[in-house]
Design a protein around this ligand. Structure first.
Ligand code: FAD
Ligand code: SF4
Ligand code: SF4
Length: 492
């Protein structure tokens, strides 16, 4: 039934129902149920249809939120989907995993006294409905263009660009070193935030649309950047950031002190039905373990909650700042606490202690020290300082290091020393065109921004596709090749 808008005064904010913690701990399914049609319409109708919608301004994709909320309230869901997908290539993903409390919903003007409109949950509802109803079709173009584009990386940044360019009619090839499409959506982010079928049905849509994927293909091993440049009319680098930051304390090399992404990839692979030796052997499995996760970002939250589901005996999160100064989403911290995770704030590891003496064998404990927050650093965040004589011991037989990621050394890896990078190792681009210092080579997502968010990678991919289209259209006719269209194949 169509709803009148501006209902925030009379209708309370309601999120979709959360499953009980006992039920959640027993599987890797998403924790929120879906809105019913009437709930979605009622929640969408809380929007006050602002003349200057701050939600839209603070959405990295500038989604036309007020209009699709109104269409949802009126029951015009197919039109709502058309509008939502006009700016967002993966609306069902963003609706699930954007940190809405820091983006659209955190800036909704009715938030202060009445709680914001549940924008993310409505976006998810609209798009899941579109899938159920069969409104989402392959995006095969009406006309094929002669030019070919090579994209390195099948994560959200590469996929967003692939969709836009294929729609336009280009031949699009996506190269990825993994065996599945999705980047961190498939192997980083756990199923309880984003079920894998959601990523896989999108991946199928891309394949059905004629995007050509070369999986198990690692640029650097199977081809150089130059070979891709020879093969394609433009190349887009969307490789993400994967080099884990380490913790430089004694015992960091002990057995069962593991990097977060190794742990999460193993868990995701097992969930997808793969056999993972390091999981089967127990090395990357939290079952029956006392687990300590070090870090306070989204990756740390995903690790602690994965450990709960694997049947850990206890799960603790050690973070050197306090709750108000952690980078992870507050919603995720709350979910983790509900699921039984213990947060040890203002604490940092001093050493890992092994069973067979200090630096040998498997880890048995973490020695940690208390911290306090000092004056703000260059980024404005208060720096943690160690409290003297405050060492304490935590029993642990699995320690997961979730301290963030840096870029790999792409110029060396790609055998392209001429590719310019910043002093942090991210790829340098002209921010108006997304082009690197190499003609016809563009870059997007985490490899440009450093570890960021899915929604920013999509935004970059969308903008880079427009820039690539413009670049190719502006090329002098003599440069539009038949090139050496050498077929590139993975070595393994
Ligand atoms: P990626 O998703 O990393 O994709 C890069 C792809 O490039 C990968 O598939 C990789 O295999 C491929 N590749 C790399 N090198 C090569 C090579 N040499 N040759 C071929 N292929 C290559 N963001 C959110 O918004 N919400 C969240 O809840 C959230 N949770 C997260 C949880 C975890 C554990 C992590 C690690 C990140 C999380 N993020 C989250 C961040 C988000 O996943 C990233 O910002 C986003 O995926 C970046 O997209 P991308 O396309 O730039 O890179
Ligand atoms: Fe909000 Fe993210 Fe959707 Fe934008 S894409 S409306 S920030 S959930
Ligand atoms: Fe609606 Fe809130 Fe956006 Fe205003 S800021 S248009 S009330 S969702």
């Amino acid at each position: 039934m169509a709803q009148k808008m501006l209902k925030f005064v009379t209708v309370e904010q309601r999120m979709p129902t959360k499953r009980s913690t006992a039920e959640r701990a027993a599987d890797f399914q998403e924790i929120y149920d879906r809105f019913s049609t009437s709930q979605a319409a009622e929640q969408a109708a809380r929007c006050s249809q602002c003349g200057v919608p701050y939600c839209q301004i603070h959405c990295p994709l500038n989604n036309n939120i007020p209009d699709w909320l109104k269409l949802t309230a009126e029951g015009r869901l197919e039109e709502a989907y058309e509008l939502a997908s006009a700016t967002n290539t993966l609306p069902e993903v963003c609706g699930r995993i954007c940190p809405q409390d820091r983006l659209c919903e955190g800036n909704c003007v009715i938030e202060r006294n009445f709680d914001s409109v549940t924008i993310g949950a409505v976006e998810r509802y609209i798009t899941d409905t579109a899938w159920d109803q069969g409104w989402i079709k392959p995006f095969t173009p009406k006309r094929e263009l002669a030019a070919s584009i090579g994209i390195i990386g099948a994560g959200p940044g590469g996929l967003a660009a692939a969709e836009r360019l294929r729609r336009r009619g280009y031949e699009v090839h996506v190269y990825d070193r993994y065996d599945r499409i999705g980047g961190l959506l498939i192997y980083g982010i756990p199923g309880f935030k984003l079920e894998k079928e959601v990523v896989q049905r999108r991946a199928k849509q891309y394949v059905d649309s004629g995007v050509i994927f070369h999986l198990n293909f690692e640029v650097g091993r199977d081809a150089t950047l130059q070979e891709l440049r020879d093969r394609h009319d433009a190349v887009l680098i969307a490789t993400g950031v994967y080099k884990p930051r380490d913790v430089a304390v004694p015992g960091a090399g002990l057995d069962n002190v593991v990097p977060a992404l190794d742990y999460l990839i193993a868990a995701n692979r097992v969930g997808l039905g793969d056999t993972v030796a390091a999981f089967t052997s127990g090395q990357l499995n939290a079952a029956d373990r006392h687990v300590v996760v070090i870090g306070g970002g989204d990756t740390a939250m995903d690790c602690v909650r994965t450990a709960v589901r694997q049947g850990a005996k206890s799960v603790k999160c050690l973070y050197r700042r306090d709750r108000d100064n952690m980078p992870g989403s507050m919603r995720e911290v709350k979910n983790a606490e509900e699921e039984g995770v213990e947060f040890i704030w203002l604490s940092a590891p001093q050493a890992f202690v092994g069973a067979d003496g200090d630096g040998v064998g498997a880890v048995k404990a973490v020695l940690a020290q208390r911290m306090r927050l000092g004056s703000p650093d260059a980024s404005g965040r208060r720096s943690p300082e160690a409290v003297k004589d405050s060492t304490f011991r935590i029993e642990a037989d699995l320690v997961i290091k979730a301290l963030g990621f840096d870029p790999e050394d792409l110029p060396t890896l790609f055998n392209a020393p001429e590719l310019e990078v910043t002093r942090w190792g991210t790829v340098k681009v002209d921010h108006k065109t997304a082009m690197t210092n190499l003609d016809g080579v563009f870059a997007v997502g985490d490899i440009v921004r450093g570890a960021s968010l899915v929604v920013w990678a999509i935004r970059d991919g969308r903008d880079a596709a427009a820039a690539i289209d413009k670049y190719l259209a502006a090329r002098p006719a003599r440069d539009a090749r038949p090139r050496k269209r050498k077929v590139l194949v993975a070595a393994s």
